[in-house]
Ligand binder design. Sequence first.
Ligand code: AGV
Ligand code: CA
Length: 315
Amino acid sequence: MIKNVYFNHDGGVDDLISLFLLLQMKEVKLTGISVIPADGYLEPGVKASRKIIDRFGGADNANLEVARSNSRGVNPFPAEWRMHTFFVDALPILNETGQMKAPEAALPAHRHMIETIKKTEGQTTLLFTGPLTDLARALDEAPEIEAKIERLYWMGGTFLEAGNVQEPEHDGTAEWNAFWDPEAVERVFASGLNVTMVALESTNKVPLTMPVRNRWASLRKHEGLDFMGQCYAMCPPLVFMETNSTYYLWDVLTTAIVGEPGLVEEKTVNAKAISSGPSQGRTVEAADGRPVSLVYDVDPVRFFDYITELGQSAK
Ligand code: AGV
Ligand code: CA
């Protein structure tokens, strides 16, 4: 069965690779894209998205619109990470024709999502690989869209003791996408949406290792895999130590599940979001929380095979 998917991302390396992979999935029909300037910058995020659609989207996606978010976060991402968006946008493979054809949407991201969900026949699956701000605003403005949303797949949060935020006024328990806008997580948790959380529990099991990079390098005659390898080369391989900058396939795992849910194990957890204080952005299990489907395990071998085959199939 073909799923209608609306994709909101925040311009990171793995967000943009996620767009590339979605465009290769036969079981996915993309209905709209939007870009929020969280772990990336807006202008190159929108441009890189349009160029990826042009280069790897084929005729079916020629009219796929890319919308700009006008949302602002609470806790900004480090500029060093955000610079990645410019690097991807500047890759020669995305600039060969010197043109950008995929249209930019007139509406800001949250309104574009509302209108797209309304006009799409049947249900829409939401994929969010950055903060939830645009979804929280869309639900405030048009709560009726809830009934047309099949499920939200969100890369974010964790129920582990250790998150991935290391900032001066924080206790380290949050995941970054939740930390950027903690109130948005609270708002989405207050909705009746079906939520699948791809939290650090599972993404910690898919780090970007040297063997993975080398596999794609050996297959670089396939332009899609060369593109993935070039993108990930922007994230320095730190093989002797794990630092705050170690890269995992956070968003790509989340995206892969939309195409192939069987790659992972899920369980229902009752969740709450903490929206202020030193634990802001933390998600916790609580008896009176709302149910979410937590992706807690993944088969890394099958996962890497799946995305490598998808990348290899790109024309
Ligand atoms: O927390 C993971 C989220 C994902 O959506 N992002 C990166 C992915 O796009 C933030 C992030 C955490 N650690 C990072 C991040 C790092 N070392 N480099 C860049 N972004
Ligand atoms: Ca992201």
